[in-house]
Write a protein that binds this ligand. Sequence first.
Ligand SMILES: Nc1ncnc2c1ncn2[C@@H]1O[C@H](COP(=O)(O)OP(=O)(O)OP(=O)(O)O)[C@@H](O)[C@H]1O
Length: 342
Amino acid sequence: MVLHRPKKIDQNIGIIETKYKILVEGVHKTYLLGTTAVPALRGMDVKIKPGEFLGLMGPSGCGKTTLLNLIGGLDYPTRGKIYLDGKDMSLLDENQLADLRRDNIGYVFQFYNLLPLLTALENVMIPLHFQGTLSRRARKRKAMELLKLVKLDERSHHTPSELSGGEQQRVAIARAFANDPSIVLLDEPTGDLDSKTGIEILNLLRDLNRKGATFISATHDAAVSEYCTRIIHIRDGKIVKGLEVSGLKETDEMREARLSLQSEYKERCERKILEFIRSEKSQDIFEIRISKIKDSIDQEILTNLPMYFDDLVSELIDKEDIPGKIKSGVLILEKTKNVFEA
Ligand SMILES: Nc1ncnc2c1ncn2[C@@H]1O[C@H](COP(=O)(O)OP(=O)(O)OP(=O)(O)O)[C@@H](O)[C@H]1O
């Protein structure tokens, strides 16, 4: 019989003994929108070991970003606990959380979030400035080393508008590593990139992950999941049981369940896209910025839409179900009779 060792708890400072880098226990998060309660997480339990590259997958609105925000100390759970290195985050006040974020966590977002007027070098120097331990000269030296790590040292004096999307993301990654984080949180890190650049970024992330930090990435991108050491699927604020994929341990049964879930989302997305472009709401010729599709489409159509959206649209175009093209991340649809009368 296996006996589980009870966690030793020091009640005064909220530290537990654990081998996990991050422990999420019974976490619920409910947002209040006016008088309406929006349950985003409904009882999450996740154990994350040091050095993992964990992928969070699931349809739009299932709670991926909410979970990242809670782990990253950007918000508090409504119920449940999150431990970082055994430390109960709910006991930290806002200043302590800010220190924890500054000293331990790096963030990489879909749209890079670089300051447009600063050079690549200056953007990477920002966290070092807030850390306040290095002289300006040392900050500059460290920022250059980080740019070298992402192979952008020769572009250090360029501003974001002078860099491609992939280069901007590399600057954002260098910035995320400025405080030597032990945890890196990534929210759709390849979401705004073409697939070739996305793969370059993923290779870079994999190399950086192997240096020891724990990575957690929310993604819709199947390519990202291939770089993860483990994937959990989330649906309606809960983990989909039996769909946890760890390294090469995915069984045939799990694979079948995963593919069937994906195909269900895919069909739902495909139907909604076609319904939308065939509807009266769309004009004769219109353009949709794919990465911003959320801004331009009705909420109802949005449900589950972004999952595999780029791939799906490309596929529909290839099959000539949609008369259009994708150019520089913009989907250009031309409404013609035969397609829309179908
Ligand atoms: N600040 C907020 N106020 C109210 N509701 C919110 C807020 N943030 C998220 N939600 C809601 O919580 C749910 C989970 O959202 P979340 O952004 O975590 O999902 P997601 O899986 O990251 O989605 P996506 O893939 O589209 O980014 C959604 O129903 C969303 O509308």
